[in-house]
Structure formats: C-alpha cells, structure tokens
Design a protein around this ligand. Structure first.
Ligand code: AMP
Ligand code: ZN
Length: 123
C-alpha cells in the first residue's frame, strides 16, 4: 500500500533548526513540548533572546500560518517561555524574507526582553 506523499518535508537535513529539534545540534533549551522547542539565541540581541520553533519544518511564518495548529503551538510556546522565564514584558518578532533580516529558513519567533528592547528592521 502506498503512503500519501507529504506536500513538504517535516525534516530538512540541511536546516540547522530541524537539526536542533532532532537533537543533532546542541541548544540551550528553555521550553520543549511535542510541537515546539524554545532555545536561547546563539548571538543574543537582548539580555533575554529566545527562539521558539515548530518541530516540523516550515520555511517562514507564511508557511507556518497556513497550518493553524502549528501556528497556535508556536504562540503557546511563546507564552510558555514568558512563564518559564517570568518575563514581565517582551517583544516577539518573526522575520520573513532576507530583506527583513531572516537568515534561517525555518520559521521562528524571536522572544526578546530586558533593557527596553527595541527591534530594528534587519537587525
Ligand atoms: P533570523 O535572522 O530572524 O533568521 O534569526 C535567526 C537567529 O538564529 C539569529 O538571531 C541567530 O543568532 C540564531 N541562530 C543561528 N544559529 C543558531 C544556533 N545554532 N543556535 C541558536 N541560535 C542560532
Ligand atoms: Zn527546518
């Protein structure tokens, strides 16, 4: 019996964030569940800088937004990070497209806090 072909791969071996989700690349994890993983950014742009990713591969928030269950899971992950780190306030950013500053083509929410974070375009 043939299996239906998925419209896109859930795991991209060339994607660093897929490899983090698979445990192939180490990360400083602050929250994890079946649908999402949250870990500290390797080059923080604020005192608190965490990335929340869906475990399956989505190139960006446009693809992610086409899957409401995964999109909601990422927002729930943002909430879980804020709770886990007791953040009194935070800024959440999804870069989309190279001109926006997106460098990793696996959808991720930046969660930034501390010292009056102001996110500038392309930072
Ligand atoms: P963006 O520029 O919006 O695509 O964000 C990608 C972010 O991923 C940047 O802030 C990088 O510092 C961060 N980053 C890249 N590789 C890693 C890694 N292996 N672990 C943690 N953060 C990473
Ligand atoms: Zn990926």
């Amino acid at each position: 019996m043939t299996q239906p072909v998925p419209s896109r791969p859930h795991f991209d071996p060339d994607c660093p964030f897929c490899r983090i989700a698979a445990g192939e690349i180490p990360a400083d994890v602050v929250y994890s569940d079946e649908q999402v993983l949250a870990f500290r950014d390797i080059a923080p742009k604020a005192p608190v800088h965490v990335l929340v990713i869906p475990r399956p591969h989505f190139a960006d928030v446009r693809e992610l937004g086409a899957d409401p269950e995964s999109a909601a899971a990422v927002l729930a992950g943002v909430r879980a990070v804020a709770e886990a780190l007791a953040l009194p306030y935070f800024t959440t950013v999804f870069n989309t497209g190279a001109a926006s500053g997106q460098t990793v083509l696996h959808a991720h929410a930046h969660v930034l806090s501390g010292n009056g974070v102001m996110w500038a375009h392309g930072q």
